[in-house]
Write a protein that binds this ligand. Structure first.
Ligand code: DAH
Length: 331
């Protein structure tokens, strides 16, 4: 009987030892511990036979049982450490960083060339002390024309084919309307730069679009003269096109300025018209309640698309509007 118990213990030791050595995971190992050493495990089952042993045999078998138990516990512990170490090793291997692998590029969005051009121009004027102002795209006749010294029968209205809206409002044909909205609520001195979208009933082609962008410049103060206008415009154009740019002012006509001029720059061997400007007409100052005997001002307006096309060598205005990513990704 005792032989048989001792044999069983030895066989158990052998069997469990082999099983532990063959485990591959911590879960398997824990399962083995429960099977062999747990309360209802194989060792406990064998020890249940101890009661039938003679008093002389009992201590011998008992100490063998303890030996087996301790050895298996130590086998389990060794195996556990080996498996944990292997798991860490495997994880490190899997997470090895190969710095020679190509990176994953995450595509960035692009600033639209029109917005980029607007930003560039505003930056120059903000640097000269101007404040950015905006106004509504839907305007009344008063702000778009009348207050800008352009009464209903004025021939200059034909220069701008206007989109009229039901109810008598219109889509602004220029950002000059922002001049009036800004001045009517404030006292001089005024120095603003007003970017925004404008609308005209133009037939679309390579250089015309029914919607386009302008930037309006306005300064009103005591003692402003045409030389201040020229100096400001020249400085602006130098900062955009480079120090060496050649600028010329050509006499012109706008209802809201007197005298008026158009500004050309010499670009790639040709004169290129880039903006209109002039001294604010006294009637415009009167319309917003400024005394033209006390204050003078100068104003200018430019087309953003023209600047963007020149600066980025874009040949067709429609490219700025048809959202072709092959085009837009270049900026
Ligand atoms: N509003 C004019 C246009 O759309 C541009 C312009 C010309 C604005 C002269 C001005 C200016 O402020 O002084 O063609």
């Amino acid at each position: 009987m005792s032989n048989s118990l001792e044999t069983q213990l030895q066989e158990l030791q052998q069997e469990a030892g082999n099983a532990i050595a063959a485990t591959n995971t911590l879960e398997e190992l824990e399962q083995l511990r429960i099977n062999y050493l747990g309360k209802k495990g194989k060792l406990s089952q064998i020890l249940r036979g101890m009661g039938k042993l003679s008093p002389e045999e009992r201590p011998r078998v008992g100490s063998l049982a303890n030996e087996v138990k301790e050895e298996l516990q130590s086998n389990l512990e060794d195996r556990k450490q080996a498996l944990q170490a292997a798991a860490i090793e495997a994880q490190l291997k899997a997470e090895t960083l190969d710095v020679t692998m190509p990176g994953v590029s995450r595509p960035l969005g692009h600033v639209h060339p029109l917005n980029g051009t607007i930003d560039r121009i505003l930056e120059v004027f903000v640097g000269l002390g101007y404040t950015v102002a905006t106004g509504p795209h839907m305007e009344t006749d008063y702000y778009n024309f009348e207050a800008l010294n352009t009464p209903p029968d004025h021939p200059a209205r034909d220069m701008q084919d206007t989109f009229y809206l039901p109810g008598g409002n219109l889509l602004r044909t220029h950002t000059s309307s922002v001049q009036i909205r800004h001045m009517e609520n404030r006292e001089p001195p005024v120095r603003i730069v007003a970017p925004g979208r404008c609308y005209r009933r133009d037939t679309v082609d390579a250089t015309h679009s029914a919607t386009f962008h302008q930037i309006e410049i306005l300064a009103v103060d005591k003692g402003l003269k045409f030389t201040d206008l020229k100096g400001t415009i020249k400085e602006f154009l130098r900062r955009i096109f480079g120090e060496d740019i050649t600028v010329q002012f050509r006499a012109s006509y706008f209802p809201f300025t007197e005298p008026s001029a158009e500004v050309d720059v010499q670009w790639k061997g040709k004169w290129l018209e880039v903006m209109g400007c002039g001294m604010v007409d006294p009637n415009v100052l009167k319309a917003v309640g400024y005394d033209p005997e006390v204050y003078t001002g100068f104003a200018a307006g430019l087309g953003v698309e023209r600047f963007a096309m020149v600066l980025h060598q874009i040949d067709d205005i429609r490219r700025l509007y048809n959202s072709d990513l092959r085009f837009l990704r270049q900026f």
